[in-house]
Ligand binder design. Structure first.
Ligand code: KG4
Ligand code: ZN
Length: 351
């Protein structure tokens, strides 16, 4: 079975082909980063228009890459949401029109489910059940994942997402859009500097639940930047800026680390899957890869297996949508057949 996946929820147009027999056979991506950079953020109208321009050529390139034709496609999956309305409409209109013209099914996919399942595209895949930490520009959530389609939200950020905090902090440090990855690279440069040059709060670290908060962190950074500027005649020396990047990243990673431990202890699972753009962060990857948990103060440390999607699949892409679509199609085919539900509460109807 060959599934075409279309991703257009924000500023990346992704088109991929996933074969249930051969895995990912085509994966094309166009990022609009350069186009939005001069505005300092995503301009929704420009994003929608660019998706419209890119979808057909990217699909053709994807088919060429895979050595396939339109007629070989068995289903078309697309990101239904969440995301920018106009951008989603571009992908959805294209996917539905293509599926209709081919006479093939169309599969709407939740963007976060795509991220959640993306580590299953790696050679070394996690087994169910696992805890998923979704850390993107729009969401920071812990989910218990028991199987395809069996997800439970355990906790999330009550305000800004971690990626959003990275981007907003980068902006106030004067870094070009999108600043998250750049901030993390500057934090790497500061490793040789003083580790305690700045210390930022770890919000909700001891809240005893899996809720998180990141919006106060950027305010703490803003206050620190204002103090530095006052002391340096309005300037922000590079070395000091890098120290701030490091302290900010340390604070975010500490919170995510502590909450990951808590989520693993709460579920009893010992497998952690990290997905979403912030999953590309080197510090988070290093710390979570060495994660251990203790069920009690005197219990021995237990190892945790941590899985990340391949780096290019951490941020938005069509491969995760094609894969999620293929999993849904397989599940629907397996479930198809003859069954009745003598006890069926009306509230269980999912539309
Ligand atoms: O998953 P994604 O591509 O898009 C959303 O669905 O939001 O994630 C994008 C987010 C942005 O906020 C970006 O700054 C952040 O991921 N990001 C990073 C890094 N690379 C991307 N944040 C921290 N460190 C990075 N290396
Ligand atoms: Zn995303």
């Amino acid at each position: 079975m060959l599934v075409l996946g279309i991703e257009s929820s924000c500023d990346e147009t992704g088109v991929a082909l996933y074969s249930t027999e051969h895995g990912l056979v085509g994966n094309q991506l166009h990022t609009q980063m350069a186009m939005h950079a001069e505005y300092g953020g995503v301009v929704p109208e420009l994003a929608s228009r660019d998706h419209i321009r890119r979808l057909v050529p990217l699909t053709q390139a994807c088919l060429r890459e895979a050595g396939k034709n339109y007629a070989d496609i068995d289903a078309v999956a697309y990101t239904q949401g969440p995301g920018l309305g106009g951008a989603l409409l571009a992908g959805s209109a294209f996917a539905n029109a293509l599926a209709f013209s081919l006479g093939k099914p169309v599969i709407p996919v939740h963007h976060l489910e795509g991220h959640l399942l993306s580590p299953l595209l790696a050679d070394d895949k996690p087994a169910f059940p696992f805890v998923a930490l979704l850390v993107s520009g729009g969401h920071t959530q812990f989910m218990a994942v028991r199987g395809i389609g069996d997800y439970e939200l355990l906790g999330e950020s009550v305000d800004d997402a971690a990626g959003e905090a990275f981007d907003k902090t980068a902006k106030l440090l004067g870094l070009p859009y999108p600043g998250g990855a750049k901030l993390s690279e500057l934090a790497r440069l500061a490793r040789l500097g003083r580790p305690d040059a700045f210390s930022f709060p770890r919000p909700m670290l001891h809240s005893h639940d899996l809720q998180m908060s990141f919006s106060g962190l950027k305010t703490a950074v803003l206050t620190a930047v204002q103090t530095v500027r006052t002391d340096h005649g309005g300037g922000l020396p590079d070395a000091v800026r890098n120290d701030i990047c490091r302290a900010f990243q340390d604070a975010v990673v500490d919170v995510l680390l502590a909450k990951s431990r808590q989520a693993l202890l709460h579920t009893g699972y010992r497998t952690l899957v990290v997905a979403g753009g912030v999953g590309a962060n080197w510090k988070l990857r290093t710390e979570l890869s060495a994660l251990q948990v203790r069920s009690g103060p005197k219990s021995p440390p237990e190892a945790v297996r941590t899985y990340f999607p391949p780096l290019p699949l951490c941020t938005d892409n069509g491969a995760m949508i094609a894969f999620a679509g293929a999993m849904h199609l397989q599940a629907a085919q397996a479930a198809a057949g003859f069954s009745v539900r003598p006890r069926w509460p009306l509230a269980e109807i999912v539309r």
